[in-house]
Design a protein around this ligand. Structure first.
Ligand code: GRF
Length: 204
């Protein structure tokens, strides 16, 4: 069983896509906790409503746990994989050191373009639109100490040549995110993802 912790900050549609994939596609995956830097975000409420363990992490809020506590809790839960599904805060270096190649993120553009600090949510889709890109699409990548910089695991190109607004790009890319993220988690659960010569390979 692959035990995953899902980190969220907002609406939680990717979290829902993972949860909905568990019965038929991700039978070997268990969500041990959902973690958020926002006490009241819809994603956290959704997980709570399903009886999943939820944690609120912050370095400032006295009602929260801090990252040091969080690392201990995640180790205690025997977490195999951390999935950033719309988590907006930068992951502290200490956490990355504790979970080497065990943290993945979904980004709503084709990295290495349109990534980095400030490139999240609609900022990404607006930039893609303004550059008149003809394709966009989600990227799932390993997380390292630099924003949106880790090795790319999987990407899917989406034709956006006929869109009229950034919102249309967001909508098209999101649909594919909901397929790509569960796909990568499944491959990790089957031990089918490897890194050789600095490149990521996914076995059939
Ligand atoms: C997604 O577009 C994801 O790629 C990005 O943040 C958004 C989160 O959406 N990192 P949701 O909360 O999963 O609906």
């Amino acid at each position: 069983m692959l035990k995953i912790a899902v980190f969220v900050s907002g609406r939680g549609s990717n979290l829902k896509a993972i949860i909905n994939s568990i019965p038929h596609q991700l039978e070997n995956v268990e969500i041990s906790a959902v973690i958020s830097d926002k006490k009241d975000c819809p994603a956290l409420d959704y997980a709570e409503g399903l009886g999943i363990k939820t944690l609120f992490v912050s370095e400032k809020d006295p009602q929260s746990i801090n990252y040091e506590n969080l690392i201990q809790i995640l180790c205690g839960l025997k977490t195999d994989l951390i999935v950033l599904a719309g988590f907006l805060k930068k992951i502290p270096d200490e956490m990355i050191e504790n979970f080497p190649n065990k943290i993945i993120n979904i980004h709503p553009a084709l990295l290495p373009s349109f990534g980095g600090k400030g490139m999240y949510g609609m900022n990404v889709h607006k930039a893609v639109f303004e550059n008149s890109c003809q394709i966009s699409g989600p990227t799932v990548h390993f997380v390292d100490k630099i924003y949106d910089n880790g090795k790319i695991i999987a990407q899917k190109a989406v034709d956006i040549s006929d869109v009229k607004t950034p919102d249309e790009i967001a909508e098209r890319v999101l649909k594919i995110e909901h397929i790509l993220l569960p796909f990568v988690i499944k491959k990790i659960s089957e031990n089918k993802i490897s890194i050789k010569n600095n490149r990521v390979y996914i076995a059939e």
